[in-house]
Design a protein around this ligand. Sequence first.
Ligand code: BG6
Length: 484
Amino acid sequence: MVSRVIPVDVFDLVVFGGTGDLAQRKIIPGLYRRYWGGHIPPESCIIGAARSDLDDAGYRALAREAIIEYVAEDKRDPEIIEAFLARLSYVAIDAKGTGGWDKLKARVRKGTVRAFYFSVAPSLFGDLAERLHLHGIANPESRIVVEKPFGRDLESAKALNAVLAQHFTEAQIYRIDHYLGKETVQNLMAVRFANILFEPLWKSEYVDHVQITVAETVSVDGRGSYYDRAGAMRDMVQNHMMQLLCLIAMEPPYHFDPDAVRDEKLKVIRALDPVSPDDIVRGQYLAGNGQGSYLEHCEDPASKTESYIALKVNISNWRWKGTPFYLRTGKRLRARTSEIAITFREPPHSIFDDAEGWRENVLVIRLQPNEGMNLKVMIKEPGPGGMRLTQVPLDMSFAEALGESGADIPDAYERLIMDVIRGNQTLFMRGDEVEAAWSWTDPIIEGWEERGDKPMPYDAGSSGPEDALMLMHRDGRRWREIRE
Ligand code: BG6
């Protein structure tokens, strides 16, 4: 299958924080890959802006290193790399002062799409937004891209939204949740809304429960000071897992259009029940396999921040009342795997005597790695012995099914940055969505802070704390095994 290359319009993209970690790991390599793929017109310009006193050549050298480190070898063509680097330049900027702004103004061109990527601490959003206007660099068509964390609670998220709203309209603001840029996350919508097969069964009448797992093997070493202020709830659940839950639970939007999709997601978030403390298990990893414990990585020996969380979430609406969604995510677990498993209910009546062989149908959507889908169905066990039942998987790996184009899955950032240039906000979070997610999250976090709840220890390389098993056992259900 040949991928369809539809180039975007010529653009000027200013990356504030252009020398930072995200720019080096994701933004520059992602832009290069799109350039290599023919999506970026050669007249486009990428302007790095940061505090460091660099010149264009210095910035290009940094970008070259990033490409060598983060782009796969088969896409590193020396000629294309040089042509791409020639489109890069750099402006040293003082986000809180006047330095560099006139120079930046002179770099952006009339008649091209103008986008500003705020890859900086949220405390600078207001300063940047203000100066872009003060110096006449932003215009009514320009777009800004902001990164997570978008606040650490409802109040701070509202304050950020208010600061940005002073200078930009909602249609100009692109709040990134990189999970929405993942190919398989977008596939959730395709699977649900481009097939008639699943939709009639997609409700509590037929779905027993849903499990959403985002398991990671990495620790928080190196980013302990950020992480310890966030924890798994703020770092993963309020944003990435919430988005996955919304895509599974939302009603079909009338069109694949930014506001239609985001309206439906917002309705799901608003329908979430408050979560009782009994329905939450928090954990913290212990040392193991030559690596330190969470407490060593975060450098606060008394930290009560969770590196693991499992919770049972109920949605109070007609479609989902009575179908719990079990969410879990954590660091230093036994495997890196993200999946959504939808377990269907038992048939209302069995005509077969083989009660033992019987299992529920399960649809598993694997987000990473080895993206694909797996539907477990019952069949007759082959051979003699009467009508004995057994369960088999209908397994589809996207890489196998789609050949080369299925194996070459673009990084989330590539897709999202191209959407910014196209002016398509479907895969970005709207301000009210982010605020609604915090409204649901805040009381949960406040609850355990007030009670002084401590996370349960768990072994590095395990599936998380033992108590998380109970969360499902007591409902007569089981977590799926965490494995690649
Ligand atoms: C980030 C979190 O947003 O997502 C990290 O801050 C986490 O803690 C990462 O590791 C997971 O992203 P991915 O794409 O590796 O699943």
